[in-house]
Design a protein. Structure first.
Length: 310
């Protein structure tokens, strides 16, 4: 196979050349070497700073006024497909929190030596163990290190909860990270998320027409990452994390049944705090919402309102 699926769960395979989204030069940002990483300066707009957090490439967006804990955001495989593109799509300047846009493993600065061609080869060989695991599980496993680095930089108070945003594969990483609850999450927004390896395999099979060759290792990975099986872990906490699921009604990538099953699994756990769990279908919004002006506006508004309200 010579094509690579644009997001974990994408139903249309794109030629590798289409992944210019992933390897194009990043959006220029202003250097702020003198300033502390998350301290606002005296500029009249949000300030953007590039850094690494314990080896994880990141862009920090610092608003002029900060009254809420940092929000960590993960992109997907196809637009937004980088930390810079995620920032462009979701600057969230109305939310008085530092935004931390992380690059996924195997993308951007951490791309494989063979680039998209090598990633496509990995996908053809075993998309579960060679793509999903290093990217999605890898990102989730990095979150405790990122949180410690934010604490060391003065961006996050010790044991302070964070916010999370994840799109598609990034949504799967966020759900996996919450199921591990090694970092306390107060609020999260999952945008057209893959709900785990099983959902991503289903999308892979529909996109390529090839059956995925399950192995004992990949079945174990599915048990580890499928969010429905870990609903209790995801909802862990007092109060439980405030979760907003945004599903594009025109999303032809992620099977709506997977999110419906997750909704059913989470609802009983939020019976006494129903206002902290919301599943919203956005009419006219596709999976690749960042490529659609209407989708960008509606997702941006919904994400900002959720964090302002929680």
């Amino acid at each position: 196979m010579t094509s690579l699926i644009c997001s974990l769960g994408r139903l249309t395979a794109f030629p590798c050349v289409m992944f210019g989204w992933l390897i194009a030069s990043p959006t220029p940002v202003r250097a702020s070497v003198e300033a502390a990483l998350c301290v606002p300066s005296h500029t009249t707009s949000a300030e953007v700073r590039r850094t690494t957090l314990d080896g994880v490439p990141a862009i920090i967006r610092v608003p002029q006024h900060i009254s809420r804990p940092p929000i960590v955001l993960w992109h997907g495989f196809g637009p937004p497909a980088s930390e810079a593109a995620m920032m462009d799509a979701l600057p969230l300047d109305d939310v008085p929190a530092v935004k931390v846009y992380l690059g996924l493993p195997l993308f951007g600065a951490r791309a494989l030596p063979g680039g998209m061609k090598e990633l496509a080869q990995r996908q053809a060989q075993d998309m579960g163990l060679q793509v999903f695991k290093p990217v999605v599980v890898g990102a989730g496993d990095e979150l405790p290190r990122v949180a410690r680095a934010l604490e060391q930089q003065g961006c996050l108070q010790l044991h302070q909860p964070i916010g999370l945003v994840g799109f598609s594969a990034g949504g799967a990483a966020a759900l996996y990270a919450m199921s591990r609850h090694q970092v306390t999450v107060n609020a999260a927004v999952l945008i057209n998320p893959s709900t785990g390896l099983t959902a991503s395999v289903q999308a892979f099979e529909q996109a390529t027409g090839h059956a995925y060759a399950w192995s004992p290792a990949s079945r174990e990975l599915a048990q580890q990452t499928d969010a429905v099986k870990h609903a209790g872990d995801i909802a862990h906490g007092t109060p439980a994390p405030a979760l907003l699921f945004l599903q594009g009604a025109d999303d032809s990538v992620i099977d709506a049944h997977a999110l419906a099953d997750l909704d059913e699994g989470l609802k009983p756990l939020y019976r006494d705090q129903a206002q902290r769990l919301q599943f919203t279908r956005l009419s006219g919004v596709p999976h690749q919402w960042a490529s659609d002006p209407q989708g960008v506006a509606r997702v941006r508004q919904a994400v900002a309102a959720w964090f302002i309200g929680h």
